[in-house]
Write a protein that binds this ligand. Structure first.
Ligand code: SF4
Length: 263
C-alpha cells in the first residue's frame, strides 16, 4: 500500500497506513492483511511525493487532493501532519478533501481560513454512516454529537462541509434516514451517500474504486441504496461521489468568473 497514489484527476495522501478506530465495516484490515502495526511518514515526505509526481497538476482545475483514505486525518498522531500538509499544499490552489469521524481541531479551521486561495478550496466531509448503531459498529470514533458540532463550526466559519454518509450499510444506514435528514436540513448542507467498498473479487473487476490502488470495489448498487438516495434527494442536494461536489463548485465558480469577465 502506497502512502501517496492516484491519477492526474485525483490523488490520495496518507501520513499513516492503518487506523485505531476499528470500525467493523472498514476495508483497511482486509487490505492490510498480515500487517499489524501502523506505518507512518512525515508530512514533508507526503507532500514531496505529491510535488514530485508528474501526474500532479496544480490549480483549481488540476488534481483533487484527498487526505486520509488509509487513515483518519484527525487522530492524535495525525492532526499536526494533516495541518502541515494542507498548509504546504493549499498555495497550489488545488481542491482538497478531508474526511473524518473525529473532532475537527480549531487549529485546522484556523489554518484553512488563513491559507486557502478561495472559499471552497478545502471541503470537510463529516463521516456518519450510522447514528443508532454507532456504539456497536464504530468502537473508536467520536460521538455523533461531536461530529454534528464539527458541522456547525464549519458552517459558522464558512468552510464548506458535507454530511458524508459513507459507507452506506444496508439494513443499518437506511434505518436512520429521518435523523440524517434532520442533520442535513438543520444545517442546510449537502449530502454524499457513498457506496461501501470491499476488497475486489476477480469476478467483478470492472467496478474498481478510485480508492485503494485497484484493490477495492463498490458493492452497494442495490435497491435499498438507490431508494435511500432517491428519498434524500427530494429534500437536499445529494451526491453519490465526494468529487461531485467539487464538480459543482468548479462550474459555479466558472459561471461566476465568466459573468465577471462580461461586465
Ligand atoms: S475511522 Fe475510517 S479509517 Fe478508521 S477504522 Fe473507521 S472507517 Fe476505517
Amino acid at each position: 500500500m502506497e502512502f501517496v497514489y492516484g491519477k492526474k484527476e485525483r490523488m490520495f495522501i496518507n501520513t499513516e497506513i492503518g487506523c485505531r478506530a476499528k470500525c467493523s465495516y472498514c476495508y483497511l484490515p482486509n487490505l492490510q492483511q498480515h500487517q499489524k502495526r501502523i506505518d507512518s511518514i512525515s508530512s514533508h515526505d507526503a507532500c514531496g511525493f505529491v510535488e514530485r509526481n508528474p501526474l500532479f497538476h496544480r490549480g483549481e482545475d488540476g488534481t483533487i487532493l484527498s487526505i486520509g483514505c488509509y487513515s483518519e486525518c484527525f487522530t492524535e498522531t495525525n492532526i499536526l501532519k494533516t495541518k502541515e500538509i494542507i498548509e504546504q499544499l493549499m498555495p497550489y490552489g488545488n481542491y482538497i478533501q478531508l474526511a473524518t469521524k473525529q473532532e475537527v481541531p480549531q487549529s485546522i479551521i484556523d489554518a484553512i481560513i488563513h491559507h486557502r486561495r478561495f472559499e471552497q478550496q478545502v471541503i470537510i466531509y463529516i463521516s456518519i454512516p450510522t447514528i443508532s448503531a454507532k456504539d456497536q459498529l464504530e468502537e473508536g470514533t467520536s460521538p455523533i454529537r461531536i461530529r454534528i458540532r464539527n458541522i456547525k463550526r464549519c458552517v459558522l466559519n464558512d468552510i464548506p462541509v458535507v454530511l458524508y454518509i459513507k459507507p452506506f450499510i444496508e439494513g443499518v444506514t437506511n434505518k436512520d434516514i429521518r435523523l440524517f435528514m434532520d442533520i442535513s436540513r438543520n444545517n442546510n448542507i449537502s449530502v454524499v451517500i457513498g457506496e461501501r467498498l470491499t476488497v475486489m473479487s476477480m469476478k467483478n473487476p470492472m467496478s474498481a474504486s478510485e480508492v485503494g490502488e485497484g484493490k477495492l470495489s463498490n458493492c452497494n448498487n442495490n435497491l435499498l441504496y438507490n431508494r435511500f438516495i432517491n428519498s434524500f434527494s427530494k429534500y437536499c442536494r445529494c451526491y453519490k461521489h465526494s468529487t461531485d461536489i467539487i464538480e459543482y463548485y468548479r462550474s459555479m465558480r466558472k459561471n461566476y468568473n465568466d459573468r465577471g469577465m462580461d461586465q
